[in-house]
Ligand binder design. Structure first.
Ligand code: NDP
Length: 335
């Protein structure tokens, strides 16, 4: 089976030369092990910096989750045919012992049986009904806690997490403002997802967009991007607003730390609550999130959007595309 390894640590933006396609023979199954074949592979922005925290130097398999199916099994709990979400990296297929594999540091099991999402597409288990979905779900409902009528602003709005954050906030009766990196994405947010306002952050400064489009101020800020734009939003927040610090993709590829304005001033003056969080901290309620998202999709309240890249060999390109905004909604690779 083939797997994608990281050959050297990323310097700046990920490049094709950083990766290596490795072909290897899989060993016969031992007691307790399963052989799974990947059907979809998740590429996610966090994977870039996660590689820096691996306990070993490269080369190692690129970390990440897949949705797959058990094709051979010596584990009674995971018979042949079981759909699994496996956190074992960018592999076309693999062997793992679900019982002893444990968790991947965040507390989520390395191998999980896929929750039953009815007739929804399998790939959603990596998107709206998986980690990005739960990031949006818990980030909105537990961290932002928007009240009906409040204004929710989300950056990275046309991406996997952001597009769901906006839609969940609409379900909660909020006014939703999105920022994304192209006019097409902005139009899509307004026309297809019913965002109240959306702006292209590459064309207009944050301050201009905020003063023009958000005169009422921001009550909840779901930040996927960080950097100076985040400071601008914080400065435009209302008293007792809430900031969910979800991601900081603006800084993932930079070599020097970003200079930001003094956000602490506004945090103190406006008594804001700014909270870092990780989807995995809700591991005990994981399936609740997945099933709620699936229900909203089935009821037509949420529209999950995906960009599906075809072919295992294109996984690094899909990943690199995350940093140039190639995706609308969740980027996944079809193996
Ligand atoms: P996306 O699907 O949003 O893909 C990344 C998007 O980010 C791109 O499409 C691009 O859209 C935008 N982008 C890329 N570079 C920049 C930049 N320099 N400045 C502004 N925008 C940029 O990814 P996800 O939805 O999976 O993740 C969104 C954020 O949430 C990431 O920061 C990620 O690390 C974080 N995250 C955090 C989790 C948690 O548990 N805390 C869990 C999951 C994700 P555009 O065209 O608009 O620029």
């Amino acid at each position: 089976a083939r797997r994608w390894a990281l050959r050297v640590h990323f310097q700046g933006a990920p490049k094709l030369e950083d990766f290596e396609l490795v072909q290897e023979e899989l060993e016969p199954l031992q007691d307790g092990e399963i052989f799974y074949q990947s059907e979809f592979i998740s590429v996610d922005p966090y994977q870039r910096n996660y590689t820096l925290r691996m306990p070993i130097p490269p080369p190692f398999t690129m970390p990440g989750s897949v949705v797959g199916q058990v094709k051979d099994s010596r584990n009674l709990d995971f018979p042949v045919g079981t759909r699994v979400v496996v956190y074992d990296g960018w592999r076309e297929a693999g062997i793992i012992n679900p019982t002893t594999a444990g968790n991947h540091g965040t507390g989520l099991d390395m191998v999980r049986k896929a929750p039953d999402i009815g007739n929804l597409p399998l790939s959603l288990l990596l998107g709206a009904c998986g980690m990005p979905g739960n990031t949006a779900y818990f980030g909105v409902t537990e961290i932002c806690r928007p009240q009906k009528g409040e204004t929710v602003l989300v950056t990275g709005a046309a991406g996997a997490v952001g597009s769901l954050v906006g839609q969940i906030s609409k379900v909660k009766g909020c006014k939703v403002i999105g920022f994304a990196g192209s006019d097409d994405k902005v139009a899509w947010l307004k026309d297809n997802l019913a965002f109240d306002e959306a702006f292209n952050y590459k064309k207009t400064t944050m301050e201009t967009s905020l003063s023009k489009g958000v005169p009422q101020g921001v009550d909840c800020f779901f930040d996927n991007v960080g950097g100076e734009d985040a400071s601008s939003v914080i400065a435009a927040m209302n008293v007792c607003g809430r900031v969910a610090c979800c991601g900081a993709i603006a800084s993932y590829n930079v070599k020097e730390p970003l200079k930001t304005t003094a956000i602490q001033y506004f945090l103190i003056r406006k008594r804001l609550k700014m909270e870092g969080f990780q989807a995995a901290q809700f591991k005990d309620r994981w399936d609740e999130g997945v099933l709620q998202m699936a229900k909203w999709i089935q009821e037509g309240k949420l529209k999950p959007q995906e960009t599906v890249v075809d072919g295992f060999e294109n996984t690094p390109n899909a990943f690199m595309g995350l940093f140039s905004g190639d995706n609308l909604g969740k980027m996944v690779v079809k193996v």
